[in-house]
Design a protein around this ligand. Structure first.
Ligand code: IMP
Length: 195
């Protein structure tokens, strides 16, 4: 497990003007890329000789999934779901299903790729929905795990980084739809958060 502390004081060095609203870099672009390579290698090993349906949870998982699948060496089919439970910086607790997968899942190895697991409510809802379709296997790969705020138990087989209870942005994660394009994970300055 890779646990990230938020005591570093690294300032963002990014061409993206939105980076000026980041008070600290929590995980650098280099560390994210290195970890994604490791996750891809582990997944390739675990599913050797088999194939995989990789389902990205829109929108946040898209940069992570795009990077991850390049490091998976078994045959992969991709699909997406869209669910939402967040407004601003807190979960509403009500999960809404906005887009379903197109692939049939029965008898197939399914790997759900998520940007961050926080309360666990989104994935709990999603995993129950997908399990009903009778996949051969169903696992989670998340870039970031924030276990401090968990409301329901969720076990991700693959976790990029475990972080303290901070609201983070970048590498797919947003605040009010911004910051997804940053290539690092950072902590938003309080001044950038609406009261
Ligand atoms: P959960 O249902 O509380 O586990 O929330 C999962 C979803 O909330 C993630 O897919 C993100 O979209 C969003 N989320 C949770 N924590 C953060 C954060 O720190 N920054 C940005 N989005 C977050």
């Amino acid at each position: 497990m890779i646990v990230v502390s938020d005591t570093n004081n690294i300032k963002p060095d990014s061409i993206n003007p939105l980076a000026t609203n980041i008070s600290r870099v929590l995980v650098s672009s280099q560390d994210i890329q290195k970890r994604i390579e490791e996750l891809g290698a582990q997944i390739s090993k675990d599913y050797a000789g088999q194939s995989l349906v990789v389902i990205g949870v829109l929108k946040g998982a898209f940069p992570f999934m795009a990077a991850l699948i390049k490091h998976i060496t078994v045959p992969v089919v991709i699909d997406f779901v869209a669910v939402s439970s967040y407004e601003g910086t807190s979960s509403t607790g009500v999960v809404r299903f906005q887009k379903d997968v197109e692939e049939p899942l029965t008898g197939r190895n399914v790997l759900v790729v998520e940007d961050i697991v926080d309360t666990g409510l989104t994935l709990h809802y999603l995993m129950n929905t997908l399990q009903v379709r009778d996949p051969k296997s169903l696992e989670i790969c998340c870039l970031v795990d924030k276990p401090a705020r968990r409301k329901i138990e969720i076990t991700s087989k693959y976790i990029g980084f475990t972080i303290p209870d901070r609201f983070i942005v970048g590498f797919g994660m947003d605040y009010e739809e911004h910051y997804r394009s940053l290539d690092f994970i950072g902590i938003l300055s309080p001044k950038a958060i609406k009261p």
